[in-house]
Design a protein around this ligand. Sequence first.
Ligand SMILES: CC(C)(COP(=O)(O)OP(=O)(O)OC[C@H]1O[C@@H](n2cnc3c(N)ncnc32)[C@H](O)[C@@H]1OP(=O)(O)O)[C@@H](O)C(=O)NCCC(=O)NCCS
Length: 224
Amino acid sequence: MAQAKSKLAQKIEYENRNKLKHMEVLIRETAEKDFYQTEYLTREAFWNLYHPGCVEHMILHNLRKSKCCVRELDLVAVSDGKIVGHIISTRARIIDPADVVHDVLCVGPLSVLPELQKKGIGSELMIKSIETAKKLGYPGMILFGNPAYYHRVGFRNAQEFGITTKDGQNFDPFMALELNANALADVKGRFFEDEAFEVDTDQLPGFESLFPYKEKRVTETQFN
Ligand SMILES: CC(C)(COP(=O)(O)OP(=O)(O)OC[C@H]1O[C@@H](n2cnc3c(N)ncnc32)[C@H](O)[C@@H]1OP(=O)(O)O)[C@@H](O)C(=O)NCCC(=O)NCCS
């Protein structure tokens, strides 16, 4: 397995060889003093991307207060002493047809500062998360995202593993990654992310007031 891990890291390193040429990027665990900065960064990355404004920074805040939080998987990318990217993976469950509960990880939000996107920082964060999750012994990681992006680091349609959403659905953006050979072979069923992902819209205005004003707009990216 160590071989597969380094192959993936080598592949990404190869693809990133020109992008990160002028940047030293360090990936480390997020410290409590970084919490606001990473919420700010998440807001910058998601603002007006999928909806006018965004909620991902509040989800991140709530995930950290939840029991699903795994400190080793709350990671920042730092360049020149500045936080430029962030990723979090949290404990989630797959409940199989016999009602047996299996622990897995749910990846996201993943964010890179808009002005530094497409330089390989997101991939570095993903690779470090995958390596850490393997060391922690989780069988797999699940996420909702852009297949073109996540297939590069090994994610596949969750349907291939017999995993559905909690409503029994499958669609291309719903993906899974097996962290060791056959680790998901007996982990089939419905996927439940932590309740902290449920957004209470009444909580949003108060939370937003902690950040500088930004204009909510309708953009083309919201229709993709
Ligand atoms: C998605 C995101 C984290 C990727 O980080 P990044 O540092 O920009 O990504 P990388 O440089 O590692 O990307 C590598 C490749 O993925 C592509 N890519 C980046 N973002 C992508 C996206 N949203 N969809 C599809 N492909 C994407 C890049 O074009 C690049 O391809 P290339 O090597 O052929 O040029 C970052 O763009 C971001 O913060 N986006 C806004 C928030 C978001 O959408 N988060 C993910 C939600 S699922």
